[in-house]
Ligand binder design. Structure first.
Ligand code: GDP
Length: 471
């Protein structure tokens, strides 16, 4: 569809390569890249997708689809611990009086939809923090449109503030800053602006392009203004979806309920999900038996950006997996089976991206930049590493440092690496227990060093394809 080449022609191309497929089959990534190349297209994986690539593709699908309509933005609230993320979400839900008047009781289903008096809507992920969207993203799901960064005005920028900014940037997620706790006597919103400016988030009033709103999550002051800005930004982003299509969504949460069986929250991203629809969701499938919204009401259909609890899964789906409505149960079962085979192959395969296979991936055109996450023992080492690595010039490969900080390698670093295809470099530091578990699970390449020269040398060698495997 994206290439605008008829399916039978692609099938013929594949046949020439010895692959007998129908329109319902999926082909290996490498093969897809080759085919696309022969039509003059460059393929990038989701996580490599940059603005430049994303735009034309989106525009094309807009042209080919007749029924695109504005959809509510999906927002994640993030920031340092205790800066007021949970309070802000509670306040936003509480001011959502319209819903309460209709007799609904707020349910925790993983995301909630807020409706303003004029009918405009915003969907919030209930779990605050960048971990939430990054771990969903690690499974390939683009869930959120906008990040609200909460920074307490009496505390200022803190380590997790920086981590949150870097996670948001790694996925090109636009950030709105909510300067919180302005009701406190020692609040200094200007200091927050200064600190964030140094990190490249420059307020509009200072000539930059980042929206800052001073709020009190506790008293509710300016929370309505924040919502207005979110909607304004959503309008600028031209978020659209076609509600007439077959539904597609992403699993946000899943649990086994004693009475109801497997229950999962689906965030509908495209089309309209209806009771009775047959679907595949990762390695499982099912038929929508019932849907319950975030106010505990039974609903018959759910359009784009709506979070709904869905009953009718055969098995528990995995958060981050995509749910897709298909024609019949047989197709659903077959697709689930295909996904299972794919997953098993992935599990058998070696690390997602390691320094050793970097060169091969570059040659194959699969990798265009080397992404790094740096953790070190001191601020001095972090700076020295950043400088040394930024001076490496090999061919056309760009080195991009997604996140650099002091301290142990954490689970978050590993999850970010997995989601972005980055490599983690630890300098005079080690992974903590949870990070080690995550490394094992996600097969992320984590490298430990204590001499800067060796880091630089390994990266250079990797870029030139000269690195010898460690073990
Ligand atoms: P989180 O860890 O970011 O989710 O932070 P919480 O929402 O749990 O808030 C941490 C503490 O800050 C709680 O005691 C809140 O009551 C308090 N708090 C949050 N927002 C405000 C605010 O706007 N003003 C004041 N004075 N306190 C706040």
């Amino acid at each position: 569809n994206i290439l605008e080449v008829p399916a039978n022609q692609i099938m013929a191309d594949l046949l020439k390569k010895g692959l007998m497929v129908t329109i319902n089959h999926s082909v290996p990534y490498e093969v897809a890249v080759e085919i696309a190349k022969s039509y003059g297209f460059t393929v990038q994986t989701d996580s490599q997708q940059q603005e430049s690539v994303k735009k034309p593709v989106e525009e094309k699908s807009e042209e080919s689809s007749e029924n695109l309509q504005p959809r509510p933005p999906v927002v994640v609230v993030m920031g340092h611990v205790d800066h007021g993320k949970t309070t802000l979400l509670d306040t936003i839900r509480k001011t959502n009086v319209a819903a309460r008047e209709k007799g609904g009781i707020t349910q925790h289903i993983g995301a909630s939809m807020v409706e303003l008096p004029d009918g405009r809507k915003i969907t919030f992920l209930d779990t605050p923090g960048h971990e939430a969207f990054t771990s969903l993203r690690a499974r390939g799901a683009q869930v959120t449109d906008i990040a609200v960064l909460v920074v307490a005005a009496d505390d200022g920028v803190m380590p997790q503030t920086i981590e949150a900014i870097n996670h948001a940037r790694a996925f090109n997620l636009p950030i709105i800053v909510a300067v919180n706790k302005i009701d406190k006597p020692d609040a200094d919103p200007q200091k927050v602006r200064r600190e964030l400016s140094e990190l490249g988030l420059i307020p509009e009033e200072w000539g930059g392009d980042t929206i800052f709103v001073d709020i009190s999550a506790k008293t509710g002051k300016n929370v309505d203004t924040l919502l207005e800005y979110i909607l304004l930004l959503a309008e600028l982003l031209e978020l659209k979806a076609d509600p007439t299509k077959k539904a597609k969504g992403v699993i946000i949460e899943a649990k086994l309920d004693k009475q109801r069986g497997p229950v999962a929250t689906v965030l509908v991203q495209e089309g309209t999900l209806r009771v009775g629809d047959v679907f595949v969701a990762g390695v499982t499938y099912g038929r929508v038996r019932a849907m319950i919204d975030d106010k505990g009401r039974n609903i018959k259909e759910a359009g784009p950006s709506t979070p709904v609890e869905v009953l009718g899964f055969e098995d528990l789906p995995i958060p981050g997996d995509t749910l897709k409505v298909v024609d019949d149960e047989k197709t659903a079962r077959e697709l689930a089976e295909e996904n299972r085979t794919k997953l098993q192959q992935q599990e058998k395969a070696p690390k997602a991206l390691s320094l050793e296979d970097l060169y091969k991936k570059i040659q194959e055109g699969e990798v265009e930049e080397l992404r790094l996450i740096i953790k070190a023992d001191t601020v001095g080492s972090v700076e020295a590493l950043k400088k040394a690595l930024s001076e490496i010039k090999v061919e056309d490969i760009n080195i991009r440092i997604l996140h650099a900080d002091v301290g142990a390698i954490t689970e978050n670093d590993v999850i970010l690496a997995k989601a972005t295809g980055a490599i983690v470099i630890g300098f005079n530091t080690r992974p903590d227990v949870k990070a080690r578990e995550a490394m094992e699970r996600e097969k992320v390449d984590v490298r430990l060093y204590n001499i800067i020269y060796e880091v630089v040398d390994d990266v250079k060698k990797a870029l030139k394809g000269l690195l010898k495997p460690i073990e």
